[in-house]
Design a protein around this ligand. Sequence first.
Ligand SMILES: Cc1cc2nc3c(=O)[nH]c(=O)nc-3n(C[C@H](O)[C@H](O)[C@H](O)COP(=O)(O)OP(=O)(O)OC[C@H]3O[C@@H](n4cnc5c(N)ncnc54)[C@H](O)[C@@H]3O)c2cc1C
Length: 448
Amino acid sequence: MDHIVIIGNGISGVTLARHIRKLSDKRITIISAESDYFFSRTALMYVYMGHMKFEHTQPYENWFWKKNRIDLMNGFVEKVDTDSKKLLLKGGSTVSYDKLVIATGSKPNKFGWPGQDLKGVQGLYSKQDLEMLEKNAPNNKVCNRAVIVGGGLIGIEMAEMLRSREIPVTFLVREKSFWNGVLPAGESAMINEHIIEHHIDLQLDTNLEKVIADDNGHAKAVVTDKGETIECNVVGLTAGVAPNIDFLKDSGIEIGRGVKVNRFLETNIKDVYAIGDCAEQHEGIGSRRPIEAVWYTGRMMGETLAQTICGNPKKYNPGHWFNSAKFLDVEYQTYGWVFSERGKKETEQHFHWRHPEEKICITVAFDKDTNQFLGINTFGIRMRHEIFDQWLTENKDIDHVMTYLKDANFDPEFYKLHEDAIVAKYNSDYNKNINPKKKSWKRIFSIA
Ligand SMILES: Cc1cc2nc3c(=O)[nH]c(=O)nc-3n(C[C@H](O)[C@H](O)[C@H](O)COP(=O)(O)OP(=O)(O)OC[C@H]3O[C@@H](n4cnc5c(N)ncnc54)[C@H](O)[C@@H]3O)c2cc1C
């Protein structure tokens, strides 16, 4: 019986193991150095904020693994020998495999800042990072101020976490506006305002120069490239992540920024595969990046590779891009492609609507020559994934999207609806006369 060994018990490795078990009787071992059981990394923040206990982030009961004959091993893989098909673990033990899957995720970026390894300086990625934050910043007596470096999704989460314990936070963001490499200007501006309203000291267009130590080797201040010294006890490094693959250096497995894989998620070495955050496509699929450090990508790759490993070779075909996140109180969803001004093609045009008082807005991207709908970003309005997926597949135009926008709304019952206001602005901006159709459950169920 084939022995499938998976390094990494995150969403990608665990999804793969579950699907292999559904499809076959193969022997499966998952090795991880981080935690005994799979947990939801995206929920780590809620543990610190007191909304849940760490156990609640584990989607499966502890008996699940034994019952499904998935062996879990706690250990750190130091070396992979692809000739003898053996892994060397820290401490000296070895594990043999017939097929190996690398699903080792990411690690926080460090850019060689002086003082980046001092006590009190940390990323937010792992269970251990969460435990460290609990020690470094239990309250605002121990941590008088934290400085967060890097304005992305993890940075804003860390700021929200610390603010939940009333710890003053300074947020250094290299860009001139928050996440404006990804978000169009109007949305990015709205999130800037939202951050400031949450009493976070947002410093845009500002870089970290160095972290200064006290006599005990603990961070006591940062210096910015504006020459300002900011006293603090904790420095959060959240300037992006990179594939966690240092241990593969001399393995012969082809490495770029991540582990290079083809559309079947195969590496250059037979019987060795990579999935999730650590996998790098030789070429990005469509407009996607070669590395996608997001939850849904790991899950889709895990499902796909299970088919190949169980004898039904299947290409990774992620379909239309989608993602979701939260900026403090504002929920964000994206379907299809809405590029920021920096990444936008000349033919991509944006229709933007923003609520006059609340932090609610949408941006719809369309082709200015053909009117084809390209994607939508929504902030503070929940939309139905299946509907946008279908409209993108059927190359609907933006007038169709506006006409049937009410079908796409997925807000809870009794929420205030904004589609009439959105379509009115669209009509006024583009001199159109669209009458939004009433929501139809019949149409919705014919898609879902
Ligand atoms: C705070 C935070 C919030 C996030 N929020 C979102 C979100 O809202 N939406 C979204 O789409 N994505 C989000 N992400 C990203 C998402 O969590 C990741 O894309 C996803 O968890 C990656 O899954 P993975 O299975 O590829 O790897 P991981 O979850 O990183 O799992 C890899 C595992 O392998 C282990 N490992 C690594 N090397 C070795 C080794 N040599 N030996 C043994 N074990 C090893 C690691 O310790 C780890 O446990 C967030 C990430 C963080 C950190």
